[in-house]
Write a protein that binds this ligand. Structure first.
Ligand code: PBG
Length: 328
């Protein structure tokens, strides 16, 4: 008679392990980010050097990439735009024929309800200074004057057919401002997926190359959160929930699993985690060197994010995992 716990009993065969598995990654949990170029040219694929396997795509190439991924089971994309021109007020973000608006129309025409098109709402890709809000003469990122522009951006995405809008700028009050603007224009059923908890992270490095959105001066620490803070994440998440967010994003994901778990236990809203560009780059680099098994490490890190409490994950690995059939 054994007097100790025989945990191995349930691990003895593959079937037993499957039967007792607590967490599962499903294809429809994943959201794939794409970078779209504003261009009339076709066949343009500009590889992003710090994100091997990812590229800036002309609209036709976006469509081709999305088609491959959708065939493999992808259910949702999030779009980032690269405008031809940038200016002080980020006009390209809320232009009716801006790149995201056009790409969204195109994807919605093609896929209808078979594909969720989520659009990122932020000014940083569209401002010449690279900040996520308007800048004062003194270089301060202005909160309240930015809200109107974010609301306009959301509305223009809504009119283009976006299924979900995702504000990522971290200005205070933007969720309320966007909700009000959407409701006033009749988009009462358009969900807001708010980047409620977004840390000022060095893990965004490769994205700033990908989206050409690095700030030209200063950093984002006056609006993005301090990595050391956990209670602040609760305050941010609760504030966004009250302002009307339907889904909350926590970002980055891997280094912030405690935050995901905390919010899972405190709030009843669906949670999304964003496995960001730097997390992707690290796995790709180690994989390319043969130091780790890329697919296995990717699946393990995504499973960890899900186990921590995320209902869905934005990951640059999404399309590839599905196309390789690695999610069953
Ligand atoms: C800002 C935005 C950023 C990311 C998504 N939206 C970058 C930033 O705040 O500097 C980062 C995504 C990633 O690193 O993969 N609009």
């Amino acid at each position: 008679m054994s007097e100790f716990f025989r945990g191995r009993r349930l691990r003895m065969t593959q079937r037993l392990r499957e039967l007792t598995r607590e967490t599962e990654l499903r294809p429809k949990d994943l959201i794939m980010p794409y970078f779209v170029l504003e261009t009339e040219e076709k066949d343009l694929v500009r590889p992003i050097s710090s994100m091997p396997g990812q590229a800036q795509l002309s609209p036709d190439m976006l469509e081709a990439a999305v088609e491959r991924a959708v065939r493999a089971g992808l259910g949702a994309v999030i779009l980032f735009g690269l405008p031809v021109k940038k200016d002080a007020v980020g006009s390209g973000a809320y232009a009716e024929d801006g790149i995201i608006q056009r790409a969204t129309r195109r994807l919605k025409e093609r896929y209808g309800q078979d594909l969720l098109v989520i659009t990122d709402i932020c000014l940083c890709e569209y401002t010449a200074h690279g900040h996520c809000g308007l800048l004062s003469q003194e270089g301060e990122v202005l909160n309240d004057p930015t809200l109107e522009l974010l609301a306009q951006t959301a509305l223009s995405h809504a009119r283009a057919g976006a299924d979900v809008v995702a504000p990522s700028d971290m200005m205070d009050g933007r969720t309320a401002a966007i909700r009000e603007a959407l409701d006033d224009s009749g988009f009462v059923n358009l969900p807001i997926m708010s980047y409620a908890v977004k840390y000022a992270s060095a893990f965004y490095g490769p994205f700033r190359e990908a989206a050409a959105s690095a700030p030209k001066c200063g950093d984002r620490k006056s609006y993005q959160m301090d990595s050391a803070n956990r209670l602040e994440a609760r305050r941010e998440a609760e504030a966004d929930a009250l302002e009307g967010a339907d889904i909350l994003i926590i970002k980055p994901a891997g280094p912030y699993l405690d935050i995901i778990r905390d919010l899972r236990e405190r709030l009843d809203l669906p949670l999304a985690a964003y496995q960001v560009s730097g997390e992707y780059a690290l796995i790709k680099a180690a994989g390319a060197n043969g130091w780790v098994d890329e697919s296995a490490v990717t699946l393990e890190s995504l499973l960890g994010i899900k186990r921590a409490g995320a209902d869905m994950i934005i990951s640059y690995f999404s399309a590839d995992l599905l196309q390789k059939g690695l999610l069953g």
